[in-house]
Design a protein around this ligand. Structure first.
Ligand code: ADP
Length: 492
């Protein structure tokens, strides 16, 4: 029989990508197009929702053109997307009524401030903290900023979707109005226990239920992408971090992955029971391959690979991100220097918006190499803070961490991470783990992959890092880092 492929759309913040996978989880072809962000005010981040859709059409068309394949060669389509980004459109015209408000945007911070009194209710029901990051306050912002927003929404004239919903709506010629559990669990009004939109929260936020999409499992037949082809079946939808957890084969309770992109995102599969964090982690729904709902704990670090970009762009110490590794390796260690990269505050587990970056332990002998070394270390040390809380709250010891993202190209960083965690790291062959997760989910729904065991057999790793640091050195570093964090948070 002729070989078939799975097509995945990975709609990220900076770009849209289409990736074609074969049955061996190899990338047959990849096409990418950037999507512009607008910054209309300090802390605001928006995108044009039509640009997002057009970029997706472009990358899909590019793949078909370049590979000479037709839609008959494609088993199914999977979608994975930047999460929380909020789009509202007019039901009659299908046109957005406001720009897409991107997850990073702080423009609804004032609204969240007013909602702080609901913190406990929100946490217990949704697993989240009240933060402009999630969709609820972005919806409120749009309804309050367009003409007759609330009334139009209540009349059923407006529709809300995260990027997955928007793309499916358009790709299906306005037939599919659905989302999946992983995306719904980032709205701040989806009850992760009952798997329903929560009426009490919707009432508190004054968001009409009629504007919300139906919520379905991540591996599910959503309908056909008829705008592309009558028979192209959408069989997977998942938010990017949850898709990456699945793509990393973290199928069992306790399995964890960390993504080293601009920021770092650590997720741990916590099995069929949600664990509510007391220490600043988020509880979210993970992807699952059968009827069972699986939960995850999530912790994010704001400055991951972005620390390296800073070394390049602001500090002008390196010409490329890759150079950071050469410099870091030129010295035995950081020479007692600690960098706390709280340039935009600190994320999990501290959630301290107001502290700013700091450097400790400078001497006359400190060189640029020490500084670069210490900066890379800070990415690993922040990750350790998240992992430690995760272990504590899940009561599980993480003995293996799967890693992915751009900064995993840095062997120095990965070795230091393994050392400081005293944990083995595994780097998969296919670094497009987000898209791979959506590929698995679609393939499991269509029968392209027969079972999860088949996937486990196909999945390969290319590198591992084993811890080599002595306990004494590790403990000394831990102590100094804790002091550095403490001091950074005092200086405001
Ligand atoms: P995102 O998906 O958030 O855009 P990527 O996974 O593409 O991120 O990774 C890009 C990040 O990785 C950048 O912040 C960059 O500085 C960092 N990065 C890329 N290569 C290296 C390297 N060799 N060493 C350290 N950091 C790197």
């Amino acid at each position: 029989m002729k070989e078939k492929y799975i097509l995945v759309v990975d709609q990220g913040t900076t770009s849209s990508r289409a990736i074609l996978f074969n049955h061996n989880e190899e990338i047959v072809y990849k096409s990418q197009q950037e999507v512009a962000c607008f910054f209309p005010n300090d802390g605001w981040v928006e995108q044009n929702a039509l640009d997002i859709y057009l970029s997706v059409l472009n990358v899909i068309n590019d793949i078909l053109l370049k590979t000479n394949l037709t839609y008959d060669d494609i088993d199914s389509l999977g979608i994975t997307n930047q999460r929380e980004t909020t789009i509202i459109w007019d039901k009659k015209t299908g046109m957005p009524v406001y720009n897409a408000i991107v997850w990073q945007s702080r423009q609804s911070a004032d609204i969240c401030e007013k909602w702080k009194k609901y913190e406990k209710t929100v946490h217990v029901k949704t697993g989240l903290i009240i933060n402009p990051y999630f969709s609820a306050s972005k919806i409120r912002f749009i309804l309050d900023h367009i003409e007759n927003g609330q009334k139009r929404a209540e009349n059923g004239d407006l529709m809300f979707g995260t990027v997955d919903t928007w793309l499916m709506y358009k790709l299906s010629r306005e037939n599919i109005f659905k989302t999946d559990y992983t995306n719904a669990s980032r709205t701040m009004f989806f009850n992760i226990h009952t798997l329903q939109y929560d009426d009490e929260l919707l009432k508190l936020f004054n968001i009409p239920k009629c504007m919300l999409p139906e919520v379905c499992p991540s591996s599910y037949f959503y309908g056909n992408a008829t705008a592309l082809n009558e028979n192209l079946k959408i069989r997977a939808v998942a938010g990017d971090q949850q898709a990456a957890l699945f793509g990393q084969n973290c199928f069992e309770k306790g399995d964890s992955k960390n993504t080293y992109g601009t920021g770092c995102f650590m997720l741990m599969n916590t099995g069929t029971q949600p664990i509510l964090s007391e220490n600043g982690l988020i509880t979210t729904i993970a992807c699952s391959y059968d009827e069972q709902i699986v939960y995850a704990l999530e912790g994010s670090v704001f400055m991951g690979g972005a620390c390296v970009q800073r070394l390049r762009d602001q500090m002008r110490m390196i010409k490329s991100a890759g150079e950071s590794e050469n410099y870091a390796k030129k010295v035995k260690n950081s020479g007692g220097v600690y960098v706390v990269p709280a340039f935009v505050g600190l994320g999990a587990p501290y959630w301290d918006d107001n502290c700013r970056g700091a450097i400790f332990g400078l001497t006359r002998a400190t060189t640029k190499e020490h500084f670069i070394n210490a900066t890379l270390n800070s990415i690993a040390l922040q990750t350790k803070d998240v992992l430690s809380v995760m272990e504590k709250e899940s009561k599980a010891k993480i003995s293996l961490l799967k890693v992915d993202g751009g900064a995993t190209a840095n062997d120095y960083l990965m070795q230091y991470q393994s050392d400081i965690l005293d944990v083995k790291l595994l780097l998969p062959n296919c670094l497009e783990t987000t898209a791979l997760g959506a590929c698995y989910l679609a393939g499991l729904n269509s029968g392209y992959f027969e079972s999860i065991d088949e996937i486990k057999n196909i999945h390969k790793y290319k590198k591992e890092f084993m811890p080599k640091m002595s306990k004494k050195i590790r403990e000394d570093i831990d102590k100094k880092w804790a002091k550095a964090i403490e001091a950074t948070r005092v200086f405001k």
